[in-house]
Design a binder for this molecule. Structure first.
Ligand SMILES: Cc1ncc(COP(=O)(O)O)c(C=O)c1O
Length: 426
């Protein structure tokens, strides 16, 4: 293949990927789409520029306009998350965690966190940011029924192991973490409480999930592209008034883990913050209503949906079980669904030990909500699941019906200039 053919093939695949998502039901809980204004900011000249430092204190010339952007963004993030400190530079949730852990702990310090098997994120694990910082990880006992840390046992563990950082938050995140008692235990032993809100940041900003910074968290990190509907990036937030902590958190990001911090994405993040201030409460509330409706509709169709007794979910996620532990049934279900035009991800459920052969699926409603679907539409979505997975209908015919259904939901909502959700594909 010539270099030109390689470049053309890449561009063809870029378009094909866009068409795939346009015509399907994108239900990966960590994904979202950009509003037209955010997309314009991300495609701007800022893409090629550099800024290091903070507004007004730069190492490069040419940053005056970007200073305006970052200042507007910091002020907006402080309002959205009702806090005293915001760093909006990090390039992802993982990058935010790396920077925060650099600020909050030294190599060899102890950290407590949710294990990956129970839904914790890889950046909370030895294979990720926790290991990179050389921290000694102890994981919380888990309440499988409630899908949250076992509060009494986790509080005792914190008191016994005396970590420097008590980290909370998960990738499989159905219900708010019971923060107050756990944060009290952590503060008693002098630990800093860190809450990773990567998945639920938009729900928190929209007043729908929990309010970690009021419930004992000293620092909150998160992604800017999951339930918070911006471009890929991250946040580091704190309500502490301790300026030494602010300086440590800022320098954890730059120079800690970033040099350039992707100015085009920061500009998009700032537009997304302004849109969120206007539309975020409604968006967050609609995401959660849709997730609850989806859980209930899937259950009515005969699926084994986790946490039925707690109303299936209080977040943007729904988790389903498709077979025995470690059976790989989740992997098979995800593959069948994709051939029917429904994009999901297999997920380990409590008890599973094989990340590549788990028994469950994790489903999310942020993108379906963003293109205008409501609770009644979740019944149609659940019907497509049942046709593909329970009735074993030919997936090509389900896929054709999914594409027709999705044709009714092609504009991105909850933004200043609603417009095509999947532009540039013709
Ligand atoms: C709890 C948690 N933290 C951090 C991350 C990493 O976020 P990012 O993909 O933005 O690096 C994720 C990703 O899904 C997550 O679930």
């Amino acid at each position: 293949m010539s270099n030109r053919q390689a470049a053309d093939s890449v561009m063809d695949a870029v378009i094909a990927s866009g068409i795939h998502y346009r015509d399907s039901l994108p239900m990966i809980a960590s994904e979202n789409i950009l509003s037209p204004m955010v997309r314009r900011a991300c495609n701007s000249d800022l893409h090629g520029r550099y800024a290091e430092g903070l507004p007004g204190k730069r190492y490069y010339q040419g940053c005056d306009d970007f200073d305006t952007i970052e200042e507007i963004g910091i002020a907006s993030a402080k309002r959205v998350f009702d806090c005293d400190f915001a760093n909006i530079q990090s390039t992802s949730g993982t990058n935010s965690n790396m920077g925060a852990l650099k600020a909050l702990a030294k190599p060899g310090d102890r950290i407590t966190a949710v294990s990956t098997a129970d839904g914790g994120h890889i950046s909370h694990a030895r294979m990720g940011a926790v290991g990179l910082r050389g921290l000694d990880l102890v994981t919380y006992p888990w309440d499988v029924e409630r899908m949250e840390p076992d509060v009494d046992a986790a509080a005792s563990l914190i008191r016994d192991t005396e970590p420097s950082v008590a980290l909370f938050g998960q990738s499989v995140f159905l219900f708010p973490t019971p923060m107050e008692e756990l944060a009290d235990a952590a503060h008693e032993v002098g630990a800093t409480v860190m809450y990773d809100g990567a998945h639920v940041l938009g729900l928190i900003g929209g007043g729908q999930f929990q309010d970690p910074l009021r419930e004992g968290a000293d620092v909150m990190t998160g992604s800017s592209h999951k339930t918070f509907p911006g471009p890929q990036g991250g946040f580091v937030l704190s309500d502490s008034t301790d300026e030494k902590l602010h300086r440590r958190l800022n320098s954890g990001i730059f120079p800690g883990v970033c040099s350039s911090y992707h100015l085009h994405h920061v500009a998009g993040k700032v537009v997304a913050l302004s849109e969120f201030e206007e539309f975020g409460n409604q968006y967050a509330s609609d995401i959660v209503s849709n997730a609850k409706a989806l859980g209930s509709a899937l259950s009515s169709e005969g699926f084994d949906v986790l946490a039925e007794e707690r109303g299936f979910t209080s977040s943007h996620q729904v988790v389903t079980r498709h077979g025995e532990i470690d059976s790989g049934a989740g992997r098979e279900a995800a593959a069948t669904l994709e051939s029917a035009g429904i994009v999901t991800n297999m997920n380990m459920l409590p008890g599973d030990t094989k990340a590549l052969a788990p028994s469950g699926l994790r489903l999310g409603t942020p993108e379906l909500t963003r293109v205008g679907m409501g609770p009644d539409d979740m019944q149609d979505v659940a019907r497509f699941f049942a046709r593909a997975l329970i009735e074993n209908e030919d997936t090509n015919s389900v896929k054709a019906d999914v594409a027709e259904f999705k044709g009714n939901f092609q504009d991105v909502q909850y933004c200043f200039e609603p417009g095509p959700a999947y532009p540039g594909l013709d």
